[in-house]
Design a protein around this ligand. Structure first.
Ligand SMILES: *Cc1c(COP(=O)(O)O)cnc(C)c1O
Length: 416
């Protein structure tokens, strides 16, 4: 049976620990509803818990661990840079920050990069850049940014406001002014919002594929219409590539799936392969930031940039995008077979190695039930909303590991 064909090494006994959830919860704020699982080691696409049990990791730190866990190229970059220079601030030139920016510019439609530490921060940078462009180039006194229902852009005040999901807004009023929500993949709604807001729309901010909102791919025709409208009206198109960028879609950037180019886009999750880094990228035409406009103390420090550069170079050198495409097709084919077998499944969708399995709206089971049952059988998954199970394994996942995940899921679906 496939399940037994991957031999996983046993965890070193000295790593096993008596872990207490109560002790943890009496010191850490309970902002997360955590699973009953404590992880202490990872290698490739496998992670181990405090009891030494192995799990196939199809969460990858929420679509971040591009090269899996403990990848030799990442370890080498971490060790070399931490032995040389970790942090100096942006008062000085940081050569490796320039090298990483060059790699990103050479492999995208962007001309300039600003580095920060997370996805939310990258989106904050994009929002500030668009607002400055609105004030200085478009002469809009009270600019508005359109964002989509079911979007996710982060948890800072501006990015949580940009996020078009009321559940994230609750109890955090007053929110940041200057955002207006439209349904996703609905061009007529964008046209009428622009007419209604009468010259105040400075930018449209969208995910190429909505990740947290349910693994909802953008439609090519919609994005092409939006791009054309933005060109006609001088409106900026901002794409949030935090989850889908850096190779996860099977291309470096999600916008390549849509046949358009944004004016501004953001990256974070996969960029550092597990090290915290974010980036706001833009075309020269809207590069309006000047010294003093925006900053981050840690942003683009030698440590994170050296690691992210190693991740980027490894993606390219080992042609990992080809793996993302073929493993993605394999995974979707496997999930389609399960969809044919289990009537609770309504749809399988996604790009590359970001895929969702949606349950029927009236199904008695929810995504969380599948995630919990899969965890018992040694497969880590994460929901994207109530009815969608999300699959975001490391981009280096093997053919055998995809087969194993599908076979575990088959057993899960037979049991729930
Ligand atoms: C995760 C995510 C963010 C927020 O990133 P953080 O690093 O958690 O701040 C923003 N946008 C999208 C599309 C995301 O998936």
């Amino acid at each position: 049976m496939i399940v037994d064909t991957i031999v996983q090494p046993k965890i070193q006994p000295e790593l096993l620990s008596a872990f207490s959830q109560d002790e943890f919860n009496s010191h850490v704020m309970t902002t997360y509803g955590r699973f009953n699982l404590a992880l202490i080691k990872g290698e490739g696409c496998t992670v181990w818990d405090t009891n030494g049990k192995a799990y196939l990791d199809f969460v990858a730190g929420i679509a971040t661990c591009t090269l899996g866990h403990a990848h030799p190229a990442v370890i080498e970059a971490v060790m070399a840079q931490i032995n040389t220079l970790t942090h100096v601030s942006n008062l000085y030139y940081v050569p490796v920050q320039g090298e990483l920016a060059k790699w990103l510019v050479d492999h995208s439609c962007a001309d300039r990069v600003f580095f920060c530490n997370s996805g939310a921060e990258a989106n904050e940078g994009a929002i500030k850049l668009a607002r400055k462009y609105a004030h200085t180039a478009l002469k809009i006194a009270e600019p508005v940014i359109l964002t989509a229902h079911a979007s996710f852009h982060g948890r800072t005040l501006a990015t949580v406001t940009a996020t078009g999901q009321p559940k994230y807004h609750k109890n955090f009023a007053p929110l940041v002014p200057g955002f207006h929500y439209v349904p996703y993949n609905d061009f007529a709604a964008i046209e009428s919002a622009i007419a209604e807001l009468d010259g105040r729309v400075a930018a449209i901010m969208l995910e190429p594929l909505q990740g947290e909102g349910g693994v909802n791919p953008g439609q090519i025709e919609y994005f092409q219409q939006v791009r054309k409208l933005c060109d006609e009206k001088g409106i900026l198109l901002i794409l949030d590539e935090v989850q889908v960028g850096m190779g996860r879609s099977g291309k470096y950037w999600g916008y390549e799936q849509l046949g358009i180019e944004p004016d501004i886009f953001t990256s974070a999750k996969g960029l550092g392969g597990g090290i915290p880094i974010g980036a706001t990228l833009c075309k020269a035409s809207c590069n309006v930031f000047e010294p003093g406009d925006h900053a981050s103390t840690y942003g683009g420090n030698p440590f994170v940039c050296a690691v992210a550069l190693a991740v980027c170079q490894t993606l390219e050198r080992e042609n990992i995008l080809a793996n993302v495409q073929s493993r993605g097709e394999q995974l979707r084919a496997g999930l389609q077979q399960l969809a044919a077998k289990y009537p609770d499944i309504s749809e399988v969708r996604g790009w590359g190695l970001i895929n969702g399995l949606e349950l029927q709206a009236d199904s008695k089971i929810n995504a969380i039930d599948i995630v919990k049952a899969a965890m018992e059988l040694g497969l880590l998954l994460v929901p994207a909303g109530v009815k969608v199970v999300r699959f975001v394994p490391p981009l280096i996942v093997s053919e055998l590991e995809i087969d194993k995940a599908v076979s575990i899921l088959d057993r899960v679906l037979a049991s729930v």
